[in-house]
Ligand binder design. Structure first.
Ligand SMILES: Nc1ncnc2c1ncn2[C@@H]1O[C@H](COP(=O)(O)OP(=O)(O)OP(=O)(O)O)[C@@H](O)[C@H]1O
Ligand SMILES: [Mg+2]
Length: 372
């Protein structure tokens, strides 16, 4: 018991030092922890010693991979890539069925690359992730890196499109060279940022050169690394660019059952009954995963601040969404809710549609299905 108390004090102390970015002290404390637990927790101790030996820093976060310092923009000196290692996800993603299949297969090919190579076939190494905002493209890249246990390097193109386009090409090459030397996942995020400036006639030549850089780099991408790119405007991209990727993954908007699964993961099944969660997923239909996450976080915040139950806060959210709907959609929501197992009384409370009207609409809907 004493040991656990001591360890929890040490972790709290370590957390305090880390969030206040006192790197030197963090390193000293890690060494002390490694020493004092070498007998009782030898595994932990060995991992900590290894970490100290690798001594990763913000400039060089991947020292273990034997690489050099993260490339920076020549003028601003800002780092060009963001590095995440290891990748940790707050909530386990919900992947619509076809996406799950593609992502799992991609990871499987990477895991079994030796077998594939021995058979004379190359495993996939690149994916272009396409879809509306908030459907999980960036998240998919993080998920893949986590599944493969690789560091994730992200180059946000909308952020590095420097006002001097010529330098964007140089920066891009720097990043690609750096990433090629590592065993990692490289994500070129917001790839369409490159194409968006195309209307500006003066810059067309420069942009063409940039596209050429990308094309070359994709071709030369080593078999050992994973190259991902994300965009919500594939139409803005040169078709030559997306032909170079091994596959284009089209992320759909989440279905009602995807929304149900995600909100259940965020809220927790025990904090709201399933009828209410189903009702919320109907009220949120048409939203992206990102909107669903935001709505559920606000439900949790409201419940905490107002000292009410999560169910009450969720009911308020459904009511709020229902009031902004036109009358016809309200009827639809009310009938869908009852069909999904929500009682007519609750459907009436949530949507304001009378129980008589709900019953009438249900009969009408039944008659239509029978005719069909
Ligand atoms: N499939 C999913 N499962 C669970 N949560 C998700 C999923 N997709 C997105 N989210 C939530 O939405 C947030 C935003 O998603 P993400 O950044 O991946 O969107 P995106 O498709 O890259 O959008 P954009 O085009 O705006 O960059 C995530 O941080 C996560 O909280
Ligand atoms: Mg994104």
């Amino acid at each position: 018991m004493d040991e656990i108390r001591k360890l929890s004090d040490d972790i709290a102390h370590l957390a305090r030092l880390s969030v206040t970015q006192q790197t030197q002290q963090v390193q000293r404390l890690i060494m002390r922890i490694a020493r004092s637990y070498s007998k009782s927790l030898p595994d932990l101790s060995a991992k900590l010693v290894q970490l100290i030996q690798e001594a990763p820093t913000a400039q060089s976060p991947l020292r273990s991979a034997g690489m050099t310092v993260v490339p920076v923009d020549q003028d601003s000196r800002l780092q060009l890539v963001r590095c995440e290692q290891p990748v940790c996800l707050d909530v386990e993603p919900v992947w619509p069925q076809p996406i799950a299949q593609i992502l799992h297969r991609f990871c499987e090919e990477r895991r079994q690359q030796e077998k594939l190579l021995a058979a004379g076939v190359a495993p996939s190494r690149s994916l272009l992730l396409v879809g509306a905002p908030g459907v999980g493209k960036t998240l998919a890249a993080r998920w893949i890196a986590r599944e493969l246990g690789l560091p994730l390097l992200t180059l946000d193109l909308s952020a590095v499109m420097s006002s001097f386009l010529g330098r964007t090409g140089i920066n891009l090459r720097h990043v690609m060279d750096y990433a090629k030397g590592l065993h990692c996942v490289l994500l070129l995020d917001e790839l369409d940022a490159i194409a968006k400036k195309r209307d500006d006639v003066a810059e067309v030549g420069e942009l063409k050169r940039l596209v050429t850089v990308i094309l070359q780099e994709i071709e030369e991408w080593p078999q050992s690394g994973v190259l991902l790119a994300a965009t919500n405007h594939p139409d803005l991209l040169d078709p030559a660019v997306w032909r170079r990727f091994d596959a284009v993954v089209q992320f759909p908007m989440p279905s009602q059952s995807d929304v149900f699964d995600l909100l259940t993961r965020i809220i927790g099944a025990e904090r709201a009954n399933s009828d209410l969660r189903r009702a919320a997923s109907i009220a949120l239909s048409g939203s992206s995963f990102s909107d669903v996450t935001r709505s559920m976080e606000s439900v949790l915040r409201n419940a905490t601040i107002e000292n009410t139950s999560v169910e009450k806060a969720m009911t308020e959210l459904i009511e709020e969404r229902a009031t902004s709907l036109p009358r016809k959609s309200k009827y639809e929501l009310a009938t869908q809710l009852t069909k999904a197992g929500v009682s007519q009384r609750l459907a009436n409370e949530l949507t304001g549609v009378s129980r008589d009207t709900i019953r009438r609409k249900l009969t009408e809907a039944e008659e239509v299905t029978q005719k069909e």
